[in-house]
Design a binder for this molecule. Structure first.
Ligand code: GLN
Length: 544
């Protein structure tokens, strides 16, 4: 980066009162302003004892986001990448589980030389070491650190204490604390209430951290009275209290902060200067465009009760909304009850079967895919959505009714979707997963055209997407599906695995699928090509 600082600066974002207020969006929105001039590196400190969110149920924890390096992280990294651009690395996600694991390994290796190993200083030192090593490894000008959970949670106490100690090392002028809190307006009172915020700031101060800025999440802008009250109780200037009102799009948050002079204040606090170049201008141009079209897109799966499980899929559709001037209504379609819900598909403009695991609700997904194929509704299959599209096609078009996946029937002989021989001996959970960034080579066709249109293909026809799956298309079904019109139009470069398929355009306007997760790399300024293609195809059919 152009402006290498001698001393890394630290922006710390904590949360108060409630979880789910949008610490990730707040941190990412601030970071956006610095990302053009500085190397700003997000880091997330999570208090849970799992080593990473990879094996956590998405219904409880939200989407598992995958990095280029194959590491599985919290969905907040999706926001960071969408706002800041760069792919994170494993070190940027630190859970208390990994901290304790490392403490144990060191203790067993005799590294503590017979001392009593304690929360303070051993655990807190290790946390600081991890933060500073990450700063060094990534060559960070600014570390943007989000502390998961809410202040007062027992599980994040050690992170807070480590940060307090870190401040003494790196000096206060290099550290800026931002506390995101909640200002409720209780029903029947119609007044912004600051008591929960007063209490949560006190809790932070009792732990030795004095926030420089307070951001109040509220259904509306904070009033001057509210700011004055917070200022009085939290001992900060009213000018250091900012509003984070509910907005119709998370992409409008940076602008909201900018309008209030928040960014300048943070710069002043850290003694940094920004140039005027940042993404905001091009974002605003997209965000302010009038949307003249309306589409209904179905996302079909079994986790439909928690939309956060498919957060990046939803964001990818939003990126298309702004780039193709279209309002997209998402219809959450539960595939466990296909026949009862089928009527919901009656005037649908496009269908997505996103990634998934296990055999529950599978027949419903296959039925949805058949419905999309036979009724010529634009279809995008992602990961499991590709595997099931192959099975559906084999069963209903290629006359192989027993076609299945090893994931559905582990005793199936010669399944169409299978573990390849080299994977079969790895038994440890997660051990057989293909994770992270892989190159695919595209043949000419619909998918190739889309990657070209969005300028995401190189001159050799190579494209790069991230993966998170265990099973692969069995090479012995490729000829069968291709002879009936379902073409394999992209293979992985390193192992020639099936990565992209599409139905010939004479059979269907848009029936494409990929083994990868293109939603993980979609950006507002550059939507993922296969989502863009889905919406474009749906629009074309609608205006025909
Ligand atoms: N369950 C499938 C597999 O493991 C697909 C995974 C996914 O959709 N992410 O291969």
């Amino acid at each position: 980066m152009a402006n290498k600082q001698t001393q890394t600066k630290y922006i710390i974002v904590t949360g108060g009162v409630l979880s789910g207020l949008g610490k990730g969006i707040t941190a990412a929105s601030l970071g956006l302003f610095f990302s053009n001039k500085y190397n700003i590196v997000p880091m997330k400190l999570d208090g849970y004892l799992n080593s990473d969110p990879g094996t956590m149920n998405p219904i409880e924890h939200g989407e598992v986001f995958v990095l280029d390096d194959g590491f599985e992280v919290d969905m907040d990294f999706g926001h960071y990448e969408r706002y800041l651009g760069n792919s994170a690395i494993k070190d940027q996600s630190l859970t208390m589980g990994r901290v304790f694991q490392e403490i144990q390994t060191k203790e067993r290796a005799g590294e503590y030389l017979g001392k009593t190993v304690q929360m303070v200083p051993h655990v807190t030192n290790l946390i600081q070491e991890k933060i500073q090593n990450t700063a060094k490894k990534t060559n960070a000008d600014i570390m943007l650190i989000e502390v998961g959970g809410t202040i007062g949670d027992m599980e994040t106490e050690l992170f807070i204490e480590a940060l307090r100690q870190l401040e003494r090392k790196v000096k206060k002028q290099n550290m800026c604390y931002i506390h995101l809190t909640y200002i409720p307006i209780p029903g029947g009172v119609s007044e912004q209430k600051t008591k929960p915020t007063q209490q949560s700031v006190k809790m932070l101060q009792q732990r030795g951290i004095w926030p420089d800025f307070i951001v109040g999440r509220c259904s509306e802008n904070l009033t001057q009275t509210t700011k004055n009250k917070i200022s009085l109780f939290a001992s900060i200037e009213p000018e250091a209290v900012f509003s984070a009102p509910d907005l119709d799009s998370v992409y409008k948050v940076p602008n909201k902060f900018n309008e209030q002079g928040f960014i300048e204040k943070v710069c002043e606090n850290l003694d940094m200067q920004l140039d005027n170049k940042n993404k905001l201008e091009s974002w605003n141009r997209l965000l302010n465009q009038e949307k003249t079209n309306n589409l209904k897109i179905a996302i079909c799966g079994k986790y439909t009760d928690l939309e956060d499980s498919y957060a990046s899929v939803v964001e990818s559709l939003k990126h298309c909304e702004y780039n193709l001037n279209t309002n997209i209504e998402i219809i959450w379609f539960d595939t466990e009850n296909f026949s009862q819900n089928k009527s919901k598909l009656s005037n649908i403009d496009g269908i997505i079967v996103p990634g998934g695991f296990g055999s529950r609700g599978i027949q419903g997904k296959i039925d949805v895919i058949q419905f999309a194929r036979e009724n010529k509704i634009p279809y995008l299959g992602i990961c499991y959505g590709l595997q099931l599209a192959v099975i559906e096609f084999l069963r209903n078009v290629c006359n192989t009714p027993n076609a299945t996946s090893m994931e559905i029937d582990k005793n199936a002989t010669n399944p169409a979707i299978t573990l390849l021989d080299e994977q079969k001996n790895i038994v440890q959970l997660g051990g057989t997963m293909r994770l992270g960034k892989y190159l695919g080579k595209l043949k000419l066709g619909i998918i190739h055209n889309l990657y070209k249109k969005l300028d995401l293909i190189d001159k050799n026809g190579f494209v790069s997407e991230r993966h998170r799956h265990r099973f692969e298309v069995n090479p012995n079904v490729i000829d069968i599906i291709e002879n009936h019109g379902l073409k394999v139009c992209g293979n992985s470069v390193e192992r020639n695995l099936v990565e992209f398929i599409e139905l010939e355009s004479s059979q269907h306007p848009y029936f494409v699928a990929t083994q990868s997760h293109p939603e993980l790399k979609s950006k507002l300024e550059k939507p993922a090509p296969l989502f863009y293609g889905l919406i474009q195809a749906a629009l074309e059919l609608k205006t025909k």
